[in-house]
Design a binder for this molecule. Sequence first.
Ligand code: AMP
Length: 313
Amino acid sequence: MQSPSRRNFSKRWRRLVTMTTTFADLSLAPSLLQALTEAGYVQPTPIQAQSIPFLLEGRDLLGMAQTGTGKTASFALPLLHRLTTTPRPAPKGGARVLVLAPTRELVSQIADGFQSFGRHLNLNVTTIFGGVSQFHQVNALKDGVDILVAAPGRLLDLIEQGLCDLSQLEALVLDEADQMLDMGFAKPIERIVATLPKDRHTILFSATMPKSITALVDSLLRDPAKVEIAPPSSTVDRIEQSVMFLNAADKKAALLAQLETPGMGQAVVFTLQKNIANEVCAFITEAGNTAEALHGNKSQGHRERALNAFRDG
Ligand code: AMP
């Protein structure tokens, strides 16, 4: 066991390394560095500073990190580096890199990251998820894609229809693995992985490490490097937090009063259950505000429209 002083020392040392690392120190391809500069990224976040060197060496990696830590770039940058420094045609009907993520929203977000970091590279990115026609997804796969970002359900469906062949895959990422298992994707993941080559680069990110994830890690990763990042502080300092204790009967009026507070621009209201989200949405709307409910029973199209409408104010 490490002595406390040694632990403190290594912690401090790690912090120092993280603070002084720049993207240029990470030996990424110049066109990636250029895209990072254009995106306004100056310094790697801790998860990036720690993961990227392992991934550039080709090590499998287990990352414990949540959204908001910069984990997307921590796998996207080294994978783009790999693709561009070992150029080869993408396998027809398949992909060179596969990223699995639990939801359509995350799939799109990850694909946007690859597009943005890879803007000066001649690589194509395709997304696959359910809730929409498979026509364009199948077409995009035909000529082969460099980076495929997919939700497990639809991807397995395409594989089983013989429309996607990942036997030439070079690298696999499982992002938000705990989320995927919670959503019941353990079997689909197992069946997708069974179609992949054994000799591949595998990366797994999870915010939590329940036993089911440890088992998945043991079955998928080979001698992985482990990187752990404390969750980002849940709120920034300028957010003021307060709690109100109310009787259930008074909640509606109190919420409407909050929403009508001068200076209240937009608001997100979290509820415990989907049906309560619908109810809250209904009474807020009846009171003359515009509101949308967003939860798993809404269609993908509705969820996307609701998020876009929120973004647009
Ligand atoms: P992620 O955890 O990957 O979802 O990233 C969270 C947010 O941080 C995203 O909006 C990224 O664009 C942003 N981000 C990630 N890495 C950096 C970085 N090194 N510098 C500045 N912003 C970053």
